[in-house]
Design a protein. Structure first.
Lengths: 389, 66
C-alpha cells in the first residue's frame, strides 16, 4: 500500500468517516439512553406518587364510609353515648376483625372536649385514657367535621380519618378515628407495578425511644443508625441496600425527585423519591422508588448493536462503491495514460490514448493524445530518428 | 563510440537476455533519465550528467549497475 496514493487517502478518509459514524452513533445512543433512564426515573416517581395518592384516597374514602355507617349504628351510638367501654368493645370487636382484614389497623374512640382522651382502642383495648393531642385531633376539635391526613403516631405512620360522633339526639358524644398503615401501601404498590418501594420517616418526627420500642415489638433490627436523616420504616425489597439517599426529606421537591441510575449484576435500575406530607403539611416521610429498567436497557443495547452493525456495513458498502467508481473513472484511465506515455518514450510511437469520456480525465486524455501527436511529429524531424528509419 | 551508446547497447542486451518488453523497459528508463534511448547513436556526445542519469535509471528499472 502506497501511503501517498489517492486510493490510500480516500480509504483513510472513509475509515475516519466510519469511525466518526460509529462513535457518533454510540454517543447518540448513550445520550438517548441517559435521557430515557432519566425519563423512566421521573416516570417511576410520578407514577408511584399517583398510585400512592389513589390508594390514599381510596382508603380514606373507605374509612370515611365506615365511620359514617358507624354513626348510624344504634348499638354503637348508644354504647359510646353511655360511655360503656365494655359494651362498645363487644359490639365493635367483630367489625374490627373484618376491617382489619381490609387493612384498617387503627380504630379509636375519643371522648369529647375539653379533655379529648382515648376512650377505646380497638387495636389495643387495654390501653385507654391517654391524650394524644395531635394535629388532627386539634383540627377536628376546631372544625367539628371530618379530618383526613397522614399522621405519624406511636402506632406508626398512617393515613387516618377522624370525625365527630353523635348520639341519637344529635349531641356530640366524642370522636371516632380509623387509621391504616402507610407501610401496607407499598406492598400493594409493588404488586401492581413490580417496582420496589421503601417508606422513610424523617428523624425529626420520630423519637429514638419510640423507634427502639417499635422495632422491639415488631422483632426487627433497629436500623436507626443506617441513615443520618431518616429511618426506613418498611421496604418491599429483601434488603435496605437499594435505599441510597443522603439528603433531608424536608428539602425534597413536592413533585418528587428522580435520583441516579445504578447496576446490580446484569440488572439496571433507576431510583427516585417523593415526600409524604402529614396532616400539618410537614414532610414527615418519603417514598423511595426503585424501578428495574433492564428490559429497556437491553432493548437499547440491541438497538445500539444493530445501528453500529448497520453503520459499519453501510459505510463499508459506501467505501467499496467509492473505490470502485474511483478505479473505473480515474485510476485505471490514469494508468492507461502512464502506460501509453511510457511506451511512446520506449519507441512505440503508434500507441494511442483512447479518450473514454468527456469528463475531467477525458479532457486530460485528449490533451495527452494531442501532446503525443505533437511529440511524434517533432520526433519525425530529428536526424537520429530519420536514420533509424 | 560514446559512453551513452555503449550503455544503450548494454541495456538492449539485458532486455534481450531477460526476455523483457523492449518498448516498456526503454520507456521507463527513458522517462526516468529524460532521454529517448532509441535516439542514442554512436555520435551522441557524452555528457556526464546524462550518463549519470541514465545509469541511475537503469539501476532503478533493471536493478543492475552499469
Amino acid at each position: 500500500m502506497k501511503w501517498n496514493s489517492i486510493r490510500t487517502k480516500v480509504l483513510a478518509a472513509l475509515a475516519a468517516c466510519l469511525l466518526a459514524g460509529v462513535t457518533g452513533t454510540l454517543i447518540l445512543l448513550h445520550y438517548s439512553f441517559v435521557r430515557n433512564s432519566e425519563a423512566l426515573a421521573s416516570e417511576s416517581v410520578n407514577s408511584a406518587q399517583r398510585l400512592f395518592r389513589i390508594l390514599e384516597a381510596r382508603e380514606t374514602s373507605k374509612m370515611a364510609a365506615v365511620a359514617d355507617t358507624l354513626v348510624m349504628n344504634p348499638e354503637v351510638r348508644d354504647a359510646f353515648a353511655a360511655k360503656d367501654r365494655s359494651r362498645l368493645l363487644k359490639v365493635t370487636a367483630p367489625l374490627y376483625l373484618k376491617l382489619k382484614e381490609q387493612g384498617i389497623t387503627n380504630w379509636l374512640f375519643h371522648t369529647p372536649e375539653p379533655d379529648m382522651s382515648v376512650f377505646l382502642r380497638l387495636h389495643a383495648p387495654a390501653k385507654f385514657g391517654d391524650r394524644l393531642d395531635r394535629f388532627m385531633d386539634r383540627e377536628v376539635l376546631r372544625t367539628h367535621s371530618l379530618v383526613v391526613g397522614n399522621e405519624l403516631a406511636k402506632a406508626g405512620f398512617a393515613v387516618r380519618i377522624i370525625r365527630p360522633f353523635y348520639d341519637s339526639h344529635g349531641q356530640l358524644t366524642g370522636y371516632v378515628e380509623f387509621g391504616e398503615e402507610i407501610g401496607r401501601f407499598i406492598h400493594e404498590m409493588k404488586s401492581q407495578t413490580g417496582d420496589d418501594y421503601g417508606l422513610l420517616l424523617s428523624k425529626r418526627f420520630v423519637s429514638r425511644q419510640f423507634w427502639t420500642d417499635t422495632n422491639a415489638s415488631l422483632k426487627r433490627r433497629d436500623n436507626w443508625s443506617d441513615h443520618p436523616n431518616f429511618v426506613v420504616a418498611d421496604n418491599t425489597s429483601a434488603t435496605d441496600n437499594i435505599i441510597q439517599f443522603q439528603g433531608d426529606l424536608a428539602m425534597l421537591a413536592k413533585q418528587g425527585t428522580a435520583l441516579e441510575r445504578f447496576n446490580v449484576g446484569n440488572s439496571v435500575f433507576v431510583r427516585g423519591i417523593f415526600p409524604i406530607f402529614d396532616a400539618a403539611n410537614h414532610a414527615a416521610g418519603a417514598m423511595f422508588v426503585v424501578r428495574d429498567i433492564s428490559g429497556t436497557y437491553l432493548a437499547m443495547r440491541n438497538t445500539q448493536n444493530l445501528l453500529v452493525l448497520l453503520s459499519v456495513v453501510s459505510l463499508l458498502l459506501g467505501a467499496l462503491l467509492v473505490l470502485t467508481l474511483l478505479n473505473r473513472l480515474v485510476f485505471r484511465r490514469l494508468e492507461h495514460i502512464i502506460g501509453v506515455a511510457t511506451r511512446v518514450v520506449g519507441g512505440d510511437y503508434e500507441s494511442e490514448i483512447l479518450v473514454g469520456s468527456r469528463d475531467e480525465i477525458g479532457r486530460f486524455e485528449q490533451l495527452f493524445e494531442q501532446f503525443r501527436c505533437v511529440f511524434v511529429d517533432l520526433l519525425a524531424n530529428v536526424p537520429e530518428f530519420q536514420e533509424r528509419k | 563510440m560514446s559512453v551513452l551508446y555503449e550503455l544503450r547497447g548494454l541495456i538492449e542486451q539485458k532486455i534481450k537476455a531477460d526476455g523483457l518488453d523492449d518498448v516498456q523497459i526503454k520507456g521507463e528508463i527513458g522517462l526516468r533519465s529524460g532521454r529517448l534511448i532509441s535516439l542514442i547513436s554512436p555520435r551522441t556526445p557524452d555528457d556526464p550528467l546524462a550518463i549519470a542519469k541514465l545509469r541511475q535509471a537503469v539501476k532503478e528499472v533493471l536493478k543492475i549497475s552499469l
